[in-house]
Design a protein around this ligand. Structure first.
Ligand SMILES: CCCCCCCCCCCCC[C@H](O)CC(=O)SCCNC(=O)CCNC(=O)[C@H](O)C(C)(C)COP(=O)(O)OP(=O)(O)OC[C@H]1O[C@@H](n2cnc3c(N)ncnc32)[C@H](O)[C@@H]1OP(=O)(O)O
Length: 254
């Protein structure tokens, strides 16, 4: 099995476990990650997901180039089906997952490793982490959303600098660009990710889901459409009857 899963109270930690291959994501690993996400989504006891890589060198060196080569050798239709549609669907899944996915970047995050970090709602980097979009060196643009999310989040010129050069940036620069929320000492990475998860899961699942969805589905639409998204998810967070638990707690304080 090339992923490991640890369940600790309300938080699940998924570890990509192919350290000899710098946690490159072959199709078997991608499919295992997808199945795990399915299970975690339906497990009401799980309220947040941490995704990290095994070892100290890599979060993920991206797609397994051997698998990519086999898909591409099979022709454009096979490459589009096996790489682009599969991958765009998966990173979109992470982006829209109804529970917070926190990427804990424990090393290099290249290609798909960088795209997964871009798609996740929250990310913390080890001070040793580096980020790159080397797909251009392989002869194609990033196919898992990497040409779409990054420029939207960091601006066209800063996004294009990463996509067009393929050059790595360090964790500090990634934090400056907003690719990650914060940078911590290497040994503090998982404790920091767990602490962030704890700060979120202390709130009601309905409120967390509504906040995630309102931001994710509203961020790229015109403001009036975004306000309609916000209104819909405000309504979705309210109970059928009475007031939300947090309102009741506040009013009952005295
Ligand atoms: C919660 C659920 C989450 C769901 C997540 C799933 C989302 C799907 C995302 C995956 C697909 C995204 C598609 C993406 O847009 C396209 C790509 O990612 S293309 C690949 C991009 N990556 C690269 O180009 C990096 C390639 N690697 C390198 O350049 C170098 O390895 C390095 C990173 C610079 C490190 O160099 P070195 O330190 O010298 O180490 P080695 O090169 O010797 O590597 C060690 C070992 O690992 C093997 N390896 C490294 N990278 C890959 C790889 N991408 N694919 C396959 N194998 C890789 C390398 O061959 C060595 O193995 P060995 O030869 O020793 O057997």
């Amino acid at each position: 099995m090339t992923i490991a899963l640890d369940l600790d109270d309300a938080v699940a930690t998924i570890t990509i476990d192919r350290p000899a291959k710098l946690n490159a994501l072959d199709y078997a690993t991608i499919d295992a990650l997808t199945r795990t996400l399915d299970d975690l989504e339906s497990d009401a006891a799980i309220r947040a997901v941490i995704l990290t890589g095994a070892g100290d060198r890599a979060f993920s060196a991206g797609a397994d180039i051997g698998d990519l080569a086999r898909s591409i050798a099979g022709g454009r239709d096979r490459a589009l089906r096996e790489i682009v549609r599969r991958g765009q669907g998966l990173t979109r899944r992470i982006e829209e997952f109804p529970k917070p996915v926190i990427v804990a970047v424990n090393g290099l995050a290249y290609g798909g490793g960088c795209e997964v970090t871009e798609a996740a709602p929250l990310a913390i980097a080890s001070e040793r982490a580096t980020f790159a979009k080397p797909e251009i060196t392989l002869g194609f643009p990033p196919p898992f959303g990497g040409t779409q999310r990054l420029p939207r989040h960091v601006g066209r010129k800063r996004g294009l600098e990463l996509v067009l050069t393929g050059d790595p940036i360090d964790a500090t620069r990634a934090a400056e660009l907003g690719i990650v929320n914060t940078v911590v000492a290497h040994d503090e990475l998982l404790p920091a990710a767990r602490a962030l998860a704890a700060r979120v899961v202390r709130h009601s699942p309905a409120a967390v889901r509504a906040c995630l969805a309102a931001v994710t589905r509203g961020i790229n639409v015109p403001i009036d459409e975004g306000l309609a998204v916000e209104a819909a998810w405000f309504a979705a967070a309210l109970p059928e009857h009475g007031v939300p638990e947090g309102v009741g707690h506040f009013l009952a304080r005295r």
